[in-house]
Ligand binder design. Structure first.
Ligand code: PGA
Length: 259
């Protein structure tokens, strides 16, 4: 494993493979919860976090970790999607992580995707998070088009929880996971870039060669709307990047090997 960091720079850890990314992610979640059992967390959906969830659930079952008191805020959901629908991101997260990890239903804060007045509900979601002191730890994934949560290209650094139009790239990505015949919705509700940037720690988890070019841009391009994940650089040393060898292969040696 190589590490760079210190000062105001993100820490970048390069590990062997996707399972190792999951293991390190799980260690960071567990460390946060050990220090603060009522920590306020956000975790991503997608294939990248699955090894992290498996590890955390195993530790809970072994009695080594107690996640029953954490507050969990979800990052994003398709507009109009109820959690009991098969393509719901919320429903997926409940099945894959929240239920098996024993996260108390009263401490699950589900992004409001079906509210009648969704803009108002989005503001209330932000207020609910602020009332708990904001995120202690946001674990996020990196979309193939540079999205973070569903902050798509064009997302402003000051954005808050809101409805966004999905890009054709993201619709295609979602369709890859999509059972059934309903089309992928055109809009999602997502936590904003500013909301994420306020987290006390942000961990970006990235695995696979398909993410190598966009990871390079997220970390080395000047922060900007073209690659929303690049805004995370603004978090300085509150950002930790955990990438596997394949995802890190486009990073210059000076970045990968230092430290
Ligand atoms: P993935 O999704 O983990 O399935 O690659 C990441 C994302 O789109 O945020």
């Amino acid at each position: 494993m190589s590490i760079i960091g210190g000062g105001d720079l993100p820490r970048i850890e390069v590990v062997a493979d996707g399972d190792a990314v999951g293991h390190r992610g799980a260690e960071i979640v567990a460390g946060t919860v050990a220090a603060k059992p009522e920590a306020v967390l956000a975790v991503p959906t997608g294939s990248t976090p699955l090894p992290m969830f498996a590890e955390l659930v195993a530790w809970v079952r072994q009695g080594r970790l107690d996640l029953s008191r954490v507050h969990l805020f979800t990052l994003d959901e398709y507009v109009g999607m109820r959690p009991d629908r098969q393509n719901s991101l919320t429903g997926w997260l409940i099945r894959e992580f929240l239920d098996p990890a024993g996260i108390d239903p009263s401490r699950r804060h589900l992004i409001p995707a079906t509210a009648d007045d969704i803009d108002r509900a989005a503001a209330a979601y932000e207020a609910e998070l602020a009332a708990l002191g904001g995120l202690d730890l946001a674990v996020v994934g990196l979309g193939p088009n540079g999205h973070v949560a569903y902050n798509e290209p064009g997302a402003d650094v000051a954005s808050r929880t809101r409805v966004v139009r999905l890009t054709p790239d993201s619709i295609e990505q979602a369709a890859g996971y999509w059972p059934g015949e309903d089309p992928v919705p055109s809009h999602a509700i997502t936590m904003g870039v500013a909301t994420l940037l306020e987290a006390r720690q942000i961990v970006l988890i990235v695995a696979g060669a398909a993410k190598s070019k966009i990871l390079r841009r997220a970390l080395l391009d000047p922060p900007g709307e073209a690659v929303p994940a690049s805004w995370l650089q603004r978090a300085g040393d509150r950002l930790m990047v955990i990438a596997d060898e394949a995802a890190a292969r486009e990073l210059p040696e000076s970045v990968r090997a230092a430290g």
